[in-house]
Design a protein around this ligand. Structure first.
Ligand SMILES: *Cc1c(COP(=O)(O)O)cnc(C)c1O
Length: 392
């Protein structure tokens, strides 16, 4: 097969959809007014903003006044975790937070910030498949718990957590429930009413909207502290002139993503075909994460005796974009905290590859990965002094 470009890192970011660009463009060229201005130029922008909020709310099963637009997933996570915990301490004197060991750094670092403010944080472990240990969770939950923050879907191994069940348990103890749904949006149905959560975060660039766009759903009546002080935008909660074009883009992208949900079966089949091929044909491989309770496009495999960054670079030379949980690819010296949490030894975490497929991927993309990957893995292993050879 001739050389192709295969983008298989959709959990990192996604390209902006042409329909999204088309929906945004008038808000950059024509309706560029300030939505807070009362003359017609401002009202045009206000209309776009209001329509976008309504659309996002409808698609999530929320009310428009429960949607707060943010600069992305990281900001929404920070706001929910820190804001939720501080609110519950102020209101009810609660000083405990529960999260999982496999959260996104936006949540983990926010929890650490809360620890510096005197909160006690329980980092609940996951099982070897990456599913939250419910017994350990129940043992941590009590009347002092202010917030439970557990992600809907993991960004590295794609595992889906039992959010509805966790929400029921959290509410029985009077705690707030927050879920980071950044990876779930567009891949699995997400409805805040059905889930019962108090807060939920999402990020535009993970579903074909521009980077720097996101939202926090906050249940009506819950008035945690505002996040940014200033002119009072976002109903006094998050000041700053709204990113109107970005917000319109986010709403359009969400609509497209939800309409495509039936297509996820095709994505799941491509993922499974790739997984089956790798596990049958490349020796010394480990399938990471849960085989069933996971995002349809996510595949995470460890290749023993190789380094993830070497694999990433050689695949890149072949035109294939994937990511790795190896240390050098992150901003730390440690391999992926998620892979370590599911019990993978560091050397096996170093040899991990994450493939994240989207609706834009095709069977030919999978064929191409299947054509290139085995040779690259074999080449790298041939250079390894500790590789015992096939079948050993
Ligand atoms: C990407 C991601 C974030 C951060 O979102 P940004 O918009 O990039 O700040 C948070 N949580 C999860 C699970 C993610 O995958």
């Amino acid at each position: 097969m001739e050389n192709r470009f295969v983008y298989a890192d959709n959990a990192a970011t996604t390209p902006v959809a042409p329909e999204v660009v088309a929906a945004m463009t008038p808000y950059l060229t024509e309706y560029w007014g300030n939505p807070s201005s009362m003359y017609s130029k401002g009202r045009e922008a206000r209309r776009g903003l209001d329509e976008a909020r309504e659309k996002v709310a409808n698609l999530l099963g929320a009310q428009p006044n429960e949607i707060y637009f943010t600069s992305g997933g990281t900001e929404a996570d920070n706001w929910a975790v820190k804001g939720g915990a501080r609110y519950m301490r102020k209101k009810q004197g609660r000083t405990h937070v529960i999260t999982s060991t496999i959260e996104h750094p936006a949540v983990l670092r926010s929890c650490e910030a809360l620890e510096r403010e005197g909160f006690r944080v329980s980092y609940v472990a996951v099982d070897k498949n990456g599913i939250l240990d419910m017994e350990k969770f129940k043992a941590e939950l009590d009347d002092d718990t202010a917030v439970v923050a557990v992600m809907f879907a993991n960004n590295e191994i794609g595992t889906l957590q039992p959010i509805e069940e966790l929400t029921k348990l959290a509410h029985e103890k009077g705690a707030l429930m927050f879920t980071d749904a950044v990876q779930a949006i567009g891949s699995v149905p997400v409805n805040v009413r059905e889930l019962g959560v108090d807060m939920l975060s999402l990020s535009g660039h993970k579903f074909n909207a521009p980077k720097g766009t996101g939202a926090l759903y906050m249940r009506r009546g819950l008035k945690i502290d505002k996040y940014i002080d200033g002119g009072g935008q976002e109903r006094m909660m998050r000041s700053g002139t709204e990113n109107v074009a970005g917000i319109v883009g986010l709403a359009t992208a969400l609509e497209l993503a939800v309409s495509r949900l039936p297509d996820t079966e095709r994505i799941r089949k491509m993922r499974d075909r790739l997984a089956d091929y790798i596990l049958k044909n490349i020796p010394h491989t480990i399938y990471n994460g849960d085989p069933v309770r996971r995002l349809p496009g996510n595949l995470n495999i460890s290749f023993e005796y190789i380094e993830g960054e070497s694999l990433l670079l050689l695949l890149d030379m072949a035109g294939i974009c994937i990511s790795t949980g190896s240390a050098c690819s992150s901003n730390s010296l440690e391999p992926s905290h998620v892979l370590l949490s599911i019990g993978l030894p560091a050397e096996k975490a170093h040899g991990s590859m994450r493939v994240s497929l989207s609706h834009l991927n095709t069977d030919e993309d999978v064929d191409y990965i299947i054509e290139k990957l085995p040779g690259i893995v074999a080449r790298l292993r041939a250079m390894s002094p500790i590789y015992p050879g096939e079948g050993k």
